[in-house]
Design a protein around this ligand. Structure first.
Ligand SMILES: Cc1cc2nc3c(=O)[nH]c(=O)nc-3n(C[C@H](O)[C@H](O)[C@H](O)COP(=O)(O)OP(=O)(O)OC[C@H]3O[C@@H](n4cnc5c(N)ncnc54)[C@H](O)[C@@H]3O)c2cc1C
Ligand code: SF4
Length: 323
């Protein structure tokens, strides 16, 4: 049996109260649905003395002018099944609906999904398992077993919603000890699996804001995983664009689960204003192949995952071009 170390449990009813509790608590961490954090506690990966619970803070999805505001506490199941999200932002509903399985989507929040810790085959293991290998850079050790060196951690950002939210150019409402601010989700992640979030200490995510898409919007999310019933992504491909027939006037592709940072694909401007036919889709798929370098931190041969990123890109583009 995996036992957790003792901690104080401090529930909050508002984000302001959560921040106040965090500011005066011993070794605090926030917990929302707990579907990521509690396994990490059982594995002895993190050692908070206080859990500040956000579970009583209501989530919700509201329309505000030309934006959709999604409370950080909104459950993934609610996003996957919400009529407005499904109508306006189908790839986001799809990504939320592909996270894990039904029980976890009923507990897990979109805030926890955006702030999910990076994942690695050598890290998401029990303390006993990790100790047998001498631990690793990200937790209690000095060596990365993936890279085979002492300097870099390449544990993967493995959230399904994140590539879609980047492709949709979402922004984040944050509340922290220094006050509140808005941050583009593109600026949230850095290429460092040990410290992949640019959040300040104690900062809370309170909401995610997504612009309502322009007429002609089309988007998709495809996920590679071993077991469709539960697994994390081995690669995620989000595509968002504005189309007139088969001709895109805007196009974004973001690759997830390859590295500590989701990867927006560069060079797509060259494909705007002309029909996205077979040749164009194949050329973009080649671009994705060149720019995607999955690390062996998650299951699956990296060369195969790289190839699948380009296969999913081609399939996704042709499906969107066909309307
Ligand atoms: C078996 C299994 C399979 C899974 N499969 C997938 C999958 O396929 N795809 C996927 O994306 N995820 C997967 N997950 C991970 C997880 O369930 C989801 O990412 C979920 O959305 C996490 O949300 P949560 O509310 O449970 O987060 P928690 O576990 O409560 O928190 C996660 C992290 O975010 C922080 N946090 C949470 N909310 C806030 C906030 N508002 N402000 C500041 N910090 C906050 C916490 O401190 C913690 O560090 C899986 C988990 C399990 C156990
Ligand atoms: S990538 Fe390396 S340092 Fe990072 S968690 Fe995995 S083994 Fe540890």
């Amino acid at each position: 049996m995996l036992r957790m170390e003792p901690f104080a449990y401090r529930p909050a009813r508002t984000y302001e109260e959560a921040l106040a509790i965090w500011s005066s608590a011993e070794a605090p961490m926030y917990v929302a649905g707990g579907t990521d954090l509690l396994p990490n506690l059982k594995h002895g990966i993190v050692h908070p003395r206080t859990l500040v619970s956000l579970a009583e803070i209501p989530g919700g999805i509201t329309e505000d002018g030309d934006t959709l505001v999604i409370g950080a506490a909104t459950k993934l199941h609610a996003i996957a099944t919400n009529a407005t999200v499904r109508a306006l932002l189908p790839p986001l509903a799809r990504a939320a609906g592909l996270v894990a399985g039904p029980q976890i989507r009923a507990m897990g929040t979109i805030g926890g999904n955006v702030l999910l810790d990076t994942r690695c085959l050598y890290y998401n293991q029990s303390a006993f398992w990790r100790g047998a290998l001498g631990h690793c850079l990200k937790a209690d050790g000095t060596w990365c077993h993936v890279i085979g060196g002492p300097k870099t951690c390449v544990a993967a950002q493995s959230s399904d919603s994140v590539p879609v939210l980047l492709a949709l150019d979402a922004s984040l409402r944050l509340l922290g000890p220094e006050g509140s601010r808005t941050l583009a989700i593109r600026d949230l992640y850095r290429f460092n699996g040990m410290d992949h979030l640019t959040l300040q200490k104690g900062e809370l995510l309170t909401a995610i804001v997504v612009k309502k898409p322009a007429p002609g919007f089309r988007g998709s999310y495809q996920k590679l995983r071993t077991r469709d019933s539960i697994d994390y992504p081995q690669i995620g491909v989000a595509i968002a664009g504005t189309f007139d027939g088969a001709v895109p006037s805007a196009l974004e592709i973001v690759i997830g689960a390859a590295n500590p940072q989701p990867k927006p694909v560069r060079g797509l401007e060259a494909f705007l204003g002309a029909p996205l036919d077979d040749a164009a889709a194949s050329a973009i798929a080649d671009l994705v192949h060149k720019q995607t370098r999955p690390q062996a931190a998650v299951h699956g041969d990296p060369a195969w995952r790289r190839q699948m990123a380009s296969v999913y890109t081609r399939r996704g583009l042709l499906a969107l071009a066909a309307g």
